[in-house]
Write a new protein. Structure first.
Length: 82
């Protein structure tokens, strides 16, 4: 795939590479697309929650905090194993 980026974006990507933040322009673009994918996934997950609330499906705060804390523990244990 060949991309024609606007000059300001092209300069930004080149600066990220020259600063050593990325090994290549391709790596910087890939990271940007991954971030965009994550944002789209988050928006979809939020919409699921909104739809559930609209349908009267909700959890009490104790359940929510327990699930969030379990997810945090899972992420932290994964990061420590890296």
């Amino acid at each position: 795939m060949n991309l024609n980026l606007p000059s300001d974006i092209n300069a930004f990507v080149k600066a990220l590479v020259s600063e050593g933040r990325f090994d290549s322009e391709e790596a910087a673009i890939i990271e940007g697309v991954r971030m965009l994918m994550g944002r789209e996934q988050l928006k979809a997950e939020i919409q699921v929650g909104i739809d559930q609330l609209d349908n009267g499906q909700h959890l009490d705060e104790e359940t929510v905090f327990a699930e969030v804390n379990a997810e945090i523990d899972k992420v932290e244990s994964t990061q420590q194993g890296s």
